[in-house]
Design a protein around this ligand. Structure first.
Ligand code: MSP
Length: 540
């Protein structure tokens, strides 16, 4: 079976989870569910980045040990992701002994082969981002952090450096030879532009300051330079290693290299340049795709603590309580900043999408068809034998086209495109019902019994097309789909060993069987009133 390994960034535990973290992780989950549905063996990794200086500062501020602090914060992320029905295979933490010892081993290897060396560094350090900025970038931002606007610190230190400059040629070739290595294209072009300025060696450590823990102290927090406990490994370098340490076990190594590293555009340089160079130096294969989406913003502004305009986990919780986790996932997957542009989160748009696609779309169509089958066929799937072709409704072709298009779209990370194939099937069924008017046929059956077969065939087509629509939509709205599959007695459609193409085959092994129970069931999505106030404090 083909393996498919997807990762999200590991999140800093100094923040509570917010829509940004939930967005990337939900996208990864939707993608992972698509790939499982396509019959691939998926490994989905997410987790927390726990050794940053600012994490230690937070622990001190709260008067607890870094371990206690990160246990608490990491649990918040796990809870948030569980609330959104995210099913990661591994929730990984960089404070785990497995990660620490393997990350040290990789660094020791790079050191031993001369890819990491000791030198002098003078530079501008952004403490809030744990990142050194080049002179140009520092100057451009007035020597303030471009993100938090806090003053940059000028630091001169003995540092260990990674010989990034040595890998310029390798990276250039790699990027030139694979158009799907960095996606979307706009990010690829940005990286290529920055590479043209030439790659410099980068610092990978910082000297422990007086009063700070050294690597040879018991329970020292972080990863230290092998053989030099007076130097802490720069957290980005160690954090990137998580993608490899997590699968560096005898049973998981077969998932390497990652099919997809997913993140926002803020950190694409680390993933598309520094990390692949490190991997190449280590003799490991490089990730197939680094995909960087854009930002969720609020009313045109970047979300930030100082503006207090985050859609935080409490607001997300209020949305989930009111509209369900499926609705929130669906909104993220279809209306988020997947492409080149940032996307605004607005309550009005949320309700619009909820009503159009979920309540009036899949919810209404399934309940309408379920209702008619219950009423006219005693809650049993009718027999489609007497099928009359209707121009424009060649169902076997319509369905197989939708399925192949959904697969092609999900394979290039166009998740909203893939989901829109499911929604298009729903609209097609609506159109078919309007064109064939089964409710009118039903009224005529008493006087013309021969019409019963025709009615049965129409309703069968509707139900079967909707079954396939739910298969395609299920990565985004798994709860509603599973609920429907129970009332429509097609639990065999639930994720298992058969692939989407097999399950969707018209009159195939997994199709609805004439005579099997199919009832109306509960309404999947109750229409929302656009005038009702936004849940939580998300008014806009
Ligand atoms: N710890 C590093 C990543 C190390 S990976 C080896 C880090 N953590 S973070 O907590 O700041 O998370 C950044 C990521 O969160 C972004 O790349 C993105 O995936 C997500 N988002 C944070 N804010 C976001 C938005 N406003 N919109 C969309 N996603 C954003 O960086």
């Amino acid at each position: 079976m083909t393996t498919w390994y997807v990762t999200t960034p590991i999140y800093y535990v100094n923040d509570r989870p917010h829509i940004g973290h939930c967005y990337t992780t939900t996208l990864a989950d939707v993608a992972a569910r698509f790939h499982r549905l396509f019959g691939r063996e998926v490994l989905f990794l997410t987790g927390t980045d726990e050794h940053a200086d600012k994490v230690i500062a937070k622990a001190v501020e709260h008067n607890v040990s870094p371990q206690e602090w990160t246990d608490r914060c990491s649990a918040e992320f796990q809870k948030a992701f569980a609330m959104l029905d995210i099913r990661e295979d591994i929730f990984y933490r960089t404070s785990s002994p497995h990660h620490k010892s393997l990350a040290s081993a990789y660094i020791a290897k790079l050191q031993a082969q001369g890819d990491i060396y000791l030198g002098d560094y003078v530079g501008w350090y952004d403490v809030s981002q744990d990142e050194y900025l080049t002179e140009t970038v520092a100057k451009e931002s007035n020597y303030l952090s471009p993100v938090t606007k806090k003053p940059l610190e000028k630091r001169t230190e003995k540092n260990y450096f990674f010989r990034l400059s040595k890998y310029q040629g390798f990276l250039q070739n790699h990027i030139d030879s694979s158009t799907s290595f960095i996606l979307p294209e706009v990010r690829r072009n940005e990286i290529l532009g920055r590479m043209r300025q030439g790659l410099q060696d980068i610092p990978v450590s910082r000297a422990v300051k007086p009063g700070e823990q050294r690597g040879d102290e018991p329970d020292a927090w972080g990863v230290f330079m092998p053989g030099d406990p007076g130097h802490r490994v720069y957290v980005w370098i160690e954090a990137l290693c998580n993608y490899l340490t997590a699968v560096d076990t005898p049973d998981r190594k077969r998932f390497w290299p990652p099919s997809l590293h997913l993140m926002a555009k803020d950190i694409v340089w680390f993933h598309a340049v520094i990390w692949p160079a490190m991997l190449h130096a280590l003799g490991e294969a490089t990730p197939l795709t680094v995909y960087a989406h854009s930002y969720f913003i609020r009313d045109g502004e970047k979300m930030s603590k100082s503006l207090g305009n985050f859609i935080d986990i409490d607001v997300i919780g209020a949305y989930v309580a009111r509209y369900g986790s499926d609705a929130f996932r669906y909104y993220l997957a279809t209306n988020g900043p997947l492409g080149n542009n940032d996307a605004d989160f607005t309550h009005a748009r949320f309700v619009e999408v909820f009503n159009a696609d979920l309540a009036n779309g899949i919810g209404n169509a399934t309940s309408r068809v379920g209702n008619m089958i219950q009423k006219y066929f005693d809650s049993k799937v009718p027999d489609p034998q007497n099928t009359r072709e209707l121009a424009g409704y060649d169902w076997p072709t319509i369905i197989s086209t939708s399925v192949s298009r959904a697969i092609a779209a999900a394979d290039t990370m166009d998740l909203s495109g893939a989901l829109s194939e499911g929604m298009a099937l729903v609209r097609k069924v609506d159109g078919y019902i309007n064109a064939t008017e089964p409710f009118k046929l039903a009224k005529r059956i008493e006087s013309e019994p021969a019409l019963r077969d025709q009615l049965g065939a129409i309703l069968y087509h509707c139900a079967e097309a909707l079954r396939v629509a739910t298969l395609i939509l299920s990565p985004a709205i798994p709860r509603a789909c599973e609920k429907l599959w129970v009332t429509w007695s097609c639990a065999s459609s639930a994720p298992g060993s058969a692939t989407l193409t097999e399950r969707a085959a018209w009159m195939g092994e997994h199709s609805l069987r004439p005579g099997q129970a199919l009832s109306k069931g509960d309404v999947l999505f109750m229409r929302a009133d656009p005038a009702e106030p936004a849940p939580g404090k998300a008014e806009s």
